[in-house]
Design a protein around this ligand. Structure first.
Ligand SMILES: Cc1cc2nc3c(=O)[nH]c(=O)nc-3n(C[C@H](O)[C@H](O)[C@H](O)COP(=O)(O)OP(=O)(O)OC[C@H]3O[C@@H](n4cnc5c(N)ncnc54)[C@H](O)[C@@H]3O)c2cc1C
Length: 479
């Protein structure tokens, strides 16, 4: 029987394997009394922690506190698929207005995320099972995937990405790296690494604490009162925190912060882990360089080979009416079973391999589908986020951008189209009110699931395949 851990396989693995040489789960105090600080950060996920790290590095005298509603890594940062990507979601639209030289500069910063993060891991002794094996996107289940992958490749080339950054793989080249079903073809990019999400988030937390940042756990912020004179107040049940600079970094949990609610839509994504596979099984599957991999389909399907040789496999999203986040997934047995079936469709040799862990998490989808770093110097309020499920690496880049904005430095990063020197209200688009967004999300998801069912059935007639493929493409472009 699979386990449904409270947070994730990742968090439970560091809990149960804790020893002196391995990362341990540290429990941290709640806020016990009101205080004044220079910078108050809400949320101890990658966003809040990367900001604290770079801010403290560059302005060591700042007094920084992080207020976390639960524990470090309780959000998506302790639950994700462990792809550290040198890319940002929605990059094509985000960079589309830039001149060629500025676009190249943007690509340079985006590709550079993986090496920048690795530099910090080395300096700070963060052992998070980092393995820089790159990323494979596979068209390998039905023929329409090949057309989609070729189109993606053509778009990447048209956007000015180099042949080194994204390489086309013929079917046999794909099969040599990832031995899945019908290897039609695929794309390889070296700009991605495999990591252990919980080791990363807990390692970062310890690094910022060493720099003098205070992290308060089990301290939900219940209200944020903003003043134009950079004197902002955070309310908690245990006291208030007054700060010149306030940085809410709650991504998929914006539901409880009134001012953020309509900007980031919380979407749930689910994921499973097998028992550790044998060397023989891995020789059959491939991923010998620990590449992370995805399926060329609209229902975002992704995986990694973990350092302890499990296959970690995630897919599908859900949305709860009103944008409520969700943290417990033991009731999602049918979805986990569908993910298991899909995993075995990919890798028939795993037909009898037990799935040992099932969990999920809440990520944040911005209306523009691309991330942001914004800071309003008048109120001292700023934020990063909107990663649309690709925040492991992007949070590092957005944090560095935000720190330049806060310290009022003009840099290449603050000139990028993800940087805003203003309020969220002025910079970002809002989602439509309910029930429109719930209805839109549910009907689009139903179309994408129908597309999958028809296209992955080899006996579906060609008129039906064409119709659903076109309808799903149109539906997907609405969101
Ligand atoms: C299943 C899944 C798989 C994913 N896979 C990948 C992947 O492979 N690669 C990738 O790049 N991205 C992936 N993502 C997305 C990635 O994990 C997120 O983009 C990233 O972790 C966001 O970090 P964050 O710090 O902004 O938010 P979070 O990690 O969600 O942190 C927000 C924190 O804020 C706290 N909080 C919320 N409200 C309050 C409050 N009122 N007061 C105090 N604290 C509060 C929460 O408890 C939480 O700890 C995945 C996400 C999920 C759910």
């Amino acid at each position: 029987m699979p386990q449904y851990p409270d947070i994730s396989f990742w968090m439970s693995s560091i809990q149960t394997n804790a020893s002196d040489s391995q990362p341990q789960l540290t429990s941290r105090p709640q806020l016990t009394q009101s205080q004044d600080v220079d910078v108050a950060i809400i949320g101890a996920g990658y966003s809040g922690l990367w900001i604290a790290y770079y801010l403290k590095q560059q302005a060591p005298n700042l007094n920084i506190a992080i207020l976390e509603a639960n524990t470090v890594g309780f959000g998506a940062s302790g639950r994700n698929g462990g792809w550290l990507m040198g890319s940002v979601e929605g990059e094509d639209r985000l960079l589309s207005g830039l001149e060629t030289s500025q676009k190249q500069q943007a690509h340079h910063h985006i590709y550079g995320i993986v090496n920048e993060a690795k530099g910090v891991f080395d300096r700070e002794g963060i052992d998070c099972d980092f393995s820089h094996g790159g990323w494979l996107s596979a068209a390998a289940r039905y023929p329409e995937q090949l057309t989609m992958a070729r189109k993606t490749m053509a778009n990447l080339q048209a956007e000015g990405h180099s042949a080194e950054a994204f390489q086309w793989l013929e079917g046999d080249e794909l099969k040599a790296r990832l031995n899945i079903h019908n290897p039609y073809g695929g794309i390889f990019s070296p700009h991605a690494a495999r990591i252990h999400p919980a080791k990363l988030v807990t390692g970062l937390a310890r690094a910022v604490e060493r720099l003098g940042v205070n992290i308060y756990e089990n301290t939900p912020v219940t209200n944020l009162s903003v003043s134009e004179q950079n004197s902002n107040t955070l309310t908690t049940d245990f006291g208030t925190v007054k700060a010149d600079i306030v940085l809410p970094c709650v991504e998929g949990f914006s539901y409880k912060l009134e001012a953020h609610r309509r900007y980031i839509l919380p979407i749930q994504s689910l994921i499973v882990a097998t028992e550790p596979l044998s060397d023989t099984q891995w020789q059959d599957i491939g991923l010998q360089n620990n590449e992370v991999f995805s399926d060329t389909c609209r229902l975002i399907t992704y995986g990694q080979r973990s350092a302890d040789n499990r296959l970690i496999f995630g897919s599908r999203g859900t949305y709860q009416f009103g944008g409520k986040p969700k943290s417990s997934f033991s009731d999602s047995v049918t979805v986990f079973s569908d993910i298991g079936k899909l995993m075995r469709e990919f890798f028939p040799a795993l037909a009898d391999t037990p799935i040992t862990h099932c969990w999920g998490g809440t990520l944040g989808m911005p209306r523009s589908k691309s991330p942001h770093a914004l800071f309003d110097p008048h109120s001292g309020v700023g934020s990063i986020g909107g990663y649309a499920g690709e925040g492991v690496g992007a949070s590092n880049l957005m944090a560095r951008t935000l720190v330049d904005l806060i310290l009022n430095r003009e840099s290449e990063l603050t000139a990028m189209p993800w940087a805003y020197h203003t309020t969220m209200k002025k910079a970002l688009r809002r989602w439509e009110p309910e029930p429109f967004r719930w209805l839109a999300y549910k009907s689009i998801l139903a179309t994408l699931i129908r597309e999958e069912a028809i296209l992955s059935n080899p006996t579906s007639p060609s008129w039906k395949r064409k119709f659903i493929h076109g309808a799903a493409g149109a539906a997907n472009s609405i969101l």
